[in-house]
Design a protein around this ligand. Sequence first.
Ligand SMILES: Cc1cc2nc3c(=O)[nH]c(=O)nc-3n(C[C@H](O)[C@H](O)[C@H](O)COP(=O)(O)OP(=O)(O)OC[C@H]3O[C@@H](n4cnc5c(N)ncnc54)[C@H](O)[C@@H]3O)c2cc1C
Ligand code: SF4
Length: 464
Amino acid sequence: MVKPEYFLETKRLKSRHRPVKARVKDYCEVALPRPEESLKEQARRCMDCGTSFCNWGCPLGNYIPEWNCAVSNGKFPKAAVLLNTTNNLAEVTGRICPAPCEYSCVLGINDEAVTIRENELEIIENAFSRGLVKPMPPLRRSANKIAVIGSGPAGWAAADELNKFGHQVVVFEKDDKPGGIMRYGIPDFKLNKSILDRRLDILKKEGVEFVTNTEAGKALGFSKIKKEFDAICLAGGSRVPRDLRIEGRDLLGIHFAMDYLVQANKRVAGENFAQGESIDAKGKDVVVIGGGDTGSDCVGTAHRQRAKSVTQIELLPKPPACRSAHSPWPKYPILFKTTSSHEEGGQRKWSIMTKKFVGSGGKVIKLSCVKVDACCKEVAGSGFEIKADLVILALGFLHPEKKGPIQELGLEFDQKGNVKTKADFMSSKKGIFCCGDMRRGQSLVVWAIAEGRKAASCIDTYLR
Ligand SMILES: Cc1cc2nc3c(=O)[nH]c(=O)nc-3n(C[C@H](O)[C@H](O)[C@H](O)COP(=O)(O)OP(=O)(O)OC[C@H]3O[C@@H](n4cnc5c(N)ncnc54)[C@H](O)[C@@H]3O)c2cc1C
Ligand code: SF4
């Protein structure tokens, strides 16, 4: 550490964003990079605690104090080596991780936490710009072949690790391109897709094979996969959406968030999407039901599609601005958050229950709602309506799709409906492993990477 008490002199700097007026006209990333001197200053705020909690908060156990120290001394290549040791996709988490690490930063007890996520991003981008992130194929290859099903962050990280161990890895992906929700859920204004392609190119040069437009269990049967591969790693995500089965649900103009976002992302990428109803917010009164991050991505997308109005409603009460007694430090708290999409406009309302969708000519025209109290009980006489000709349901996800691999392979699932595994990530069937949202339920990219890494290590042990 340059000066352990530096945090007393230097305050946390807020991340810089492009001006709202300009950014809502395009899908380029909202966040601006931090200049090097400012980055070093922010890294110097790290106290290099005797017992650090940030790497406990990070599911990857990133060497945070160590790379902060390297950055504060201008040793960017050293910081990059430390970062790449634990994180296969630092350029992704550096952009979109909600940073549980920062909530367990010791400085956060009575001051503002270190800007860990931003420091991470600048370390990896610095390494890319210096040409330090390059293909490093394994020196020796084993005879083992592993099929990874699904190319989201879990399958991606598992494939990367297994390839590093020297095994032969083929990733099967049912969509047009690899990336899972990173590519088709998260909008470009948070994560430009060239960031994924840059890393994909490295993985391919290192020997990982990606076979897209191939759905395991359909076009490619598991009997064939089992014959050709020594182990299978399932990483198919958890995409069955929670529905709102109330009166009027079948009206036109009501869609699940992922249906809306996949189309929007494919449009931006110039890719084709399945024929059917085109979902576009242009000129519409948009209501997003669900106050979480998926909902927020829909809000930002609707702004860019030039919606007439955007309203996001949530059943639960507005979260507190500070930690409550239920979520003491260093736990990850549920706090009131304003995302970059919220900065761009629209209204947000909490404690709102939708009672029915009202339509005209078969299309939704408004929502009939009531206010609810903290126990979700209706407040008498609080009924009101919200105009809407596009409704997006962003109510979370229940569990993975049961038809397909889970059914064909006859896998057991846990109480929540996710694939059940033992501590070694092996499912109820020998040689078939599972990781990411498919095992854990809808979570975060950083958790998916952590799961993929752990599953890869267990598969390696199994094969040896
Ligand atoms: C809209 C949205 C925004 C999000 N934003 C964030 C965020 O900002 N930060 C964050 O940390 N987390 C975010 N998350 C959560 C995060 O994206 C997920 O937790 C993470 O992507 C899970 O990774 P995964 O690899 O397990 O699954 P997925 O990313 O869902 O990938 C699964 C892949 O498997 C493929 N697949 C499934 N079945 C088959 C089959 N039979 N054959 C071949 N391929 C198959 C799918 O096509 C998909 O590509 C967001 C989630 C959503 C829905
Ligand atoms: S991956 Fe997420 S939790 Fe881990 S150090 Fe980076 S921002 Fe923090």
